[in-house]
Write a protein that binds this ligand. Structure first.
Ligand code: ZN
Length: 195
């Protein structure tokens, strides 16, 4: 799947059109406003149970960090599930060291990169680290998973309300996708009348 399509999905599911150009690197992150951007796509982790993690501070002394796992928005890209806030930081800042994110607002599923503190872990990103910077270079291929097609079709149905197959296939969200996969997904959603 192309990066341009990923950028469109990020904009649709965050409700912030500007995010498309920011994800593509055409606009600086500073252009993004201060409002929360609750993700309307898929999410993971709904536990409100606080969790204690043993950590070591700069002085190497252990301490307990208590935190709740808030649900996080996720998106499928090139066959992998990515956490949206992390993906946005990777796309816009391209950190060369490992990091974790601490959400600084209390809005569930917010994906505004301004609302996350980047905590650098002072380790260089290993070349084949699955949590490292995703390889966007092969996003230019036609490779696409059923999950990606399903998500794009869901956005299309929610936001653009197509009435015919021509409406479906002419929408820019569908431009990378094999028509047969689009048809299969529409059938699985009981939308045969659109095929
Ligand atoms: Zn927020």
């Amino acid at each position: 799947m192309k990066l341009t399509t990923l950028a469109k999905r990020l904009a649709e599911r965050s409700g912030e059109p500007l995010l498309e150009q920011i994800a593509l690197g055409n606009k600086p992150l500073e252009d993004l406003g201060p409002d929360c951007l609750p993700w309307t796509g898929t999410s993971r982790g709904n536990s409100n149970t606080p969790r204690a993690t043993k950590r070591r501070g700069r002085d190497n002394l252990p301490y307990l960090e208590i935190r709740s796992d808030l649900p996080v928005g996720v998106i499928q890209y090139n066959g992998k599930e990515h956490r949206v806030p992390r993906l946005l930081i990777q796309l816009t800042q391209q950190p060369s060291v490992e990091f974790r994110l601490q959400q600084t607002c209390s809005t569930p599923l917010c994906v505004n990169p301004h609302h996350f503190e980047v905590i650098q872990l002072n380790r260089e990103v290993p070349q084949h680290d699955p949590e490292g910077v995703p390889d966007f270079s092969f996003g230019t291929t036609d490779e696409v998973t059923v999950e990606e097609v399903e998500e794009l079709v869901e956005i299309l149905l929610d936001e653009h309300m197509p009435a015919t197959w021509t409406d479906v296939i002419s929408n820019t969200l569908m431009e990378d996708l094999p028509p047969e996969m689009i048809r299969d997904v529409l059938k699985s959603l009981n939308k045969e009348h659109l095929t």
